[in-house]
Design a binder for this molecule. Structure first.
Ligand code: GLN
Length: 539
């Protein structure tokens, strides 16, 4: 077992939501800037095989990779920071591990042995820890262990980490533990006890962290750092302060200042092959922090109380906005609260309107009203996945005059099924992993807003849907001014639609937000923001 690849495991303690994903992505970014090939994988302790069947309120958005895996949203951060793609293998859950083991057991592969958590589950976990390293593509693999140390469900992962030190050998293995140093306002003191306890818990499981990254709202004085080092058996210079940052994109530079990458390089005996000093990253940050203009965009959807449900869309606006030196104020608006009477009040002040992806019937009326408002008032509009489908429904009902037109997802008996179930989706009984997922090619129609945005005739974008535009109606739509500006070259599935007579009204069946990164803002988001800026200037 093992390979020449070096493995860094990142665990978390004290509380969840400390930002392990951002620390992992930031460290990876710093290593990448030194010319080291690196990838990040996430191990989640829950029993779902993947997060595809989870309600976004559980763990936020479901991210989709090029190869069609439905994954944890942290993979989105990894791609946005590193500007490289992740895959099926970058996200593993306890459910997937057990599924593999039980499948092997049914095949008789354990040769009559009693199948147990140790060694069979832990071996399967380790096989998956090492899989990406064994491709030979990466010098370093960073593994983020979801959840908190001490949780019953993450015990097998921690045990597999413990065993990995032995499997991988010296200089190929290290553990970074992310903890919280709370500040007690009443005592005016930073408290190290929770960190001590959480490291103790790791030690009980046989894992000694090499580096502690300490989240804090106040600078850690030397005596606090000393105390942590002494009680947690780590070197003083391996107690790394992670101050709360204004933006997640500041974290790589903060970690560089704290020398996190240097400590890792030393521990793993790595040598830098280049040093790009993160120039492009700094340029992005400069633009992000010094906008010359400002716009207001409304994101209409049904999961508005948890912004993580729209993580990739929100980050796409950050990337595209920064490229135009424009601050994008994004307001999440609940579609359930929009109706014919209040739509002007709710959306009237906006420079652009987005209708978000989603599933099911809830909030349909509000979304249709939002589309109608954007279309009639000539406000820039961007519909993503379900957002495109709603734009199609609205156009059918209010422009073409197809009364009651709908998607069969919301109204199976509609007289005008302008959006309907894809052929391949009809007889499926299993929900998990069966949507049209991942990257598909799309050909753009010349002289359209879509082709102007991309500046090339053929693109690839990622999908996650079951329903599609019903091509039976395409002629009628095009005659009335809504055209298909992007189609799948094989089956002719409509992938992009837009209005001819509108400053900027476009919807995509795919999810452009999954491909936006800091260094490559997505062209459709850039064009949409440009249109919103123009709209604002004309007001
Ligand atoms: N519910 C719609 C479908 O399955 C849209 C999905 C989405 O927005 N991701 O086609």
């Amino acid at each position: 077992m093992g390979s020449s690849t070096k493995h860094i495991f990142i665990t978390g303690g004290v509380t969840s939501s400390l930002g392990k994903g951002i620390i992992a992505a930031s460290l990876a970014k710093l290593l990448q800037s030194r010319g080291i090939s690196v990838t990040i994988q996430k191990f989640d302790p829950y029993l779902n095989i993947d997060p595809g069947t989870l309600n976004p309120y559980e763990h936020g958005e479901c991210f989709v990779t090029e190869d069609g895996a439905e994954t944890d949203l942290d993979l989105g951060h990894y791609e946005r920071f590193l500007n490289t793609e992740t895959s099926q293998d970058n996200n593993v859950t306890t459910g997937k591990i057990y599924n593999n083991v039980i499948t092997k057991e049914r095949k008789g592969e354990y040769l009559g042995k009693t199948v147990q958590v140790i060694p069979h589950i832990t071996d399967e976990i380790k096989n998956n820890f090492f899989k990406l390293g064994e491709t030979g593509k990466y010098e370093v693999v960073i593994t983020e262990i979801g959840g908190c140390v001490g949780d019953i469900e993450s015990l097998p992962f921690v045990e597999a980490v413990r065993q990995s030190r032995w499997d991988l050998g010296p200089n190929n293995f290290m553990v970074i533990h992310l903890t919280l140093i709370p500040y007690l306002a009443a005592a005016k003191e930073l408290k190290t006890k929770p960190t001590q306890h959480s490291v103790k818990q790791l030690l009980e499981a046989g894992v000694q962290p090499d580096i502690l990254v300490c989240r804090t709202e106040k600078h850690l004085p030397m005596e606090v750092k000393k105390k942590i080092a002494q009680f947690c058996n780590v070197q003083l210079n391996c107690v790394i302060e992670a101050m709360d940052a204004d933006s997640i994109y500041d974290v790589p530079l903060l970690m560089k200042k704290e020398k996190l990458d240097e400590r890792v390089m030393t521990k793993l005996k790595l040598t830098s092959k280049s040093n790009t000093e993160l120039e492009q990253w700094k340029e992005f940050l400069g633009k992000l922090k010094n906008p010359t203009q400002e716009i207001h965009i409304g994101l209409v959807g049904k999961y508005v109380s948890l912004p993580d449900a729209y993580k990739s869309i929100i980050e796409s606006f950050t990337h595209a906005g920064a490229s135009l030196e424009c601050k994008v104020n994004l307001t999440l608006i609940s579609s359930e609260e929009i109706n014919e009477d209040n739509v002007d009040k709710k959306l009237g002040e906006l420079d652009g309107i987005v209708v978000a992806p989603g599933f099911g019937e809830r909030g349909l009326i509000g979304k249709v009203e939002a589309v109608k408002f954007a279309r009639e008032r000539l406000i820039p509009f961007f519909g993503i996945c379900l957002g495109l489908q709603i734009a199609v429904i609205e156009f059918a009902r209010n422009v073409i005059g197809m009364k009651g037109a709908s998607s069969t997802e919301m109204d199976p008996d509609t007289e005008y099924p302008v959006i309907y179930l894809m052929e391949g989706q009809k007889n499926l009984t299993q929900l998990g992993g069966t949507m049209r997922l991942g990257s598909y090619p799309c050909e753009l129609t010349k002289n359209t807003k879509a082709s102007a945005a991309y500046g090339k005739p053929k693109i690839n974008e990622r999908h996650r849907h079951r329903y599609e535009f019903n091509n039976k109606y395409l002629k009628e739509f095009e005659q009335n001014g809504m055209i298909a500006s992007g189609k799948n070259p094989e089956g002719g599935l409509v992938e992009i639609m837009e209005l001819k007579d509108h400053p900027w009204f476009l919807g995509t069946q795919f999810h452009p937000e999954y491909k936006s990164t800091v260094l490559n803002p997505h062209p459709l988001f850039v064009r949409f923001i440009k249109a919103a800026i123009d709209e604002k200037q004309q007001k």
